[in-house]
Design a protein around this ligand. Structure first.
Ligand SMILES: *[C@@H]1O[C@H](CO)[C@@H](O)[C@H](O)[C@H]1NC(C)=O
Length: 370
């Protein structure tokens, strides 16, 4: 799998996750730092393949992320064919009386709750490791937080708990301390450091038509492997996807209205490179690992309903590029004076410069890009 050296989180977390006696862990870790590989390895290490029941449970806030974690487990575990993964996600139905034989269950809190409480398809008392991934996203949804706590209550007190979160505000800490007793705590690089691989720009555009032109210009000038464009609404996303297609771009679109199967298919096609541009509403700013992704465009800047600049969403969106240690680019399309204020706040928040880009100056762009 082309691992050469452990990443920082792997180096710090693996010895604790694999220790005897078992140790609990709370770890702060950004996307793209190798945490998924770390806890997948821990799950694979911990299961007894001869036992045909669930021993590891991994909770993820989204369907997409659950599938991605599963892919890592399956790849890392390819030489342990007797270790199997079950996905407790929307659309995967189980009946009463069914018993899960897979040693590892990866799922979202809602479906895991159903599997446990409604259908009783596995025994929580036999689970020896619980992984809570992206706990900050999880607790942002009250429902997920409650479900996670209900699931947690059914587990044995000595079940090993591993919790990962990109941020560590008070809410996350309170939740983490509630579900992870006597934890080891690892707090790695400050989130700003995750931005080191990403060069950030902004472009002034009067309206959505100019924004569309800007994207086409970027494509004209640059060699872009793959790009994600984030739009605020479904309507704008559809309009943009249609406009880009009619310019001859291969475009995929992701929004909340797709069914589970459709979303999975879109992401998997994009990952295979069948489409070069993914237009998305905010539903998927997290969890999509696409190695070829070089450019993230904020067609609309991330702003909360209150009008406040959404620094976290910004980080998670642009963090899609610049992963796996590769250089990435973020271009923000700004259409008003308040948009510029948002850019200034983001600059201030992350202490990184966002440079103005003049799309009529090709030379400058090529220079900035290199
Ligand atoms: C985002 O960061 C800026 C600059 O630090 C800050 O003024 C703003 O309040 C932050 N937004 C939120 C929602 O916290």
């Amino acid at each position: 799998m082309r691992f050469n050296l452990p990443s920082k989180i792997q180096e710090n977390a693996l010895p604790m996750m694999l220790a005897h006696p078992r140790q609990n862990l709370i770890a702060q870790s950004q996307s793209g730092t190798g945490k998924t590989a770390a806890f997948c390895l821990a799950m694979l290490h911990t299961v007894n393949a001869a036992d045909r029941w669930t021993q590891c449970l991994c909770l993820s806030p989204t369907y997409e992320l659950a599938l991605q974690i599963g892919q890592v487990v399956e790849k890392m575990g390819q030489f342990c064919p007797e270790v199997k993964v079950a996905y407790a996600i929307r659309g995967n139905r189980v009946g009463r009386g069914y018993k899960v034989q897979e040693q590892i269950i990866i799922g979202t809190p809602g479906t895991v709750c159903d599997w446990l409480m409604k259908y009783r398809v596995f025994d929580p008392q036999k689970v020896t490791m619980l992984v809570l991934d992206e706990a900050d996203v999880m607790i942002a949804r009250q429902g997920h937080q409650d479900q996670s706590i209900r699931i947690h209550r059914l587990l044995r007190a000595d079940c090993q708990m591993l919790l990962f979160s990109a941020t560590f505000d008070e809410d996350v800490m309170r939740f983490a301390e509630r579900v992870v007793p006597e934890p080891n705590i690892i707090r790695l690089r400050r989130e700003e450091e995750a931005l080191d691989n990403i060069r950030q720009f902004y472009v002034f555009c009067k309206n959505k038509e100019e924004k569309f032109t800007a994207i086409c210009q970027l494509y004209g000038i640059l060699t872009i492997a793959q790009a994600i464009v984030f739009c605020h609404t479904r309507a704008v996303a559809s309009w943009l996807a249609t406009s880009l297609s009619s310019e001859g771009h291969q475009v995929a679109m992701l929004s909340g209205e797709l069914t589970v199967e459709q979303r999975a298919a879109v992401i998997s096609r994009f990952r295979e490179g069948k489409e070069k541009v993914l237009v998305s509403t905010n539903v998927c700013s997290r969890g999509i690992d696409v190695e070829q992704l070089t450019l993230v465009v904020n067609f609309d800047l991330p702003v909360k309903q209150s009008g406040d600049t959404d620094n976290e969403t910004y980080l998670h969106r642009i963090g899609r590029a610049g992963r796996f240690g590769k250089q990435g680019f973020a271009v923000n399309l700004v259409d008003s004076g308040t948009g510029l204020d948002v850019i200034r706040q983001i600059e201030q928040h992350f202490n990184r410069k966002i440079a103005k880009l003049d799309l009529n100056n090709c030379e400058e762009i090529e220079e900035l890009w290199c």
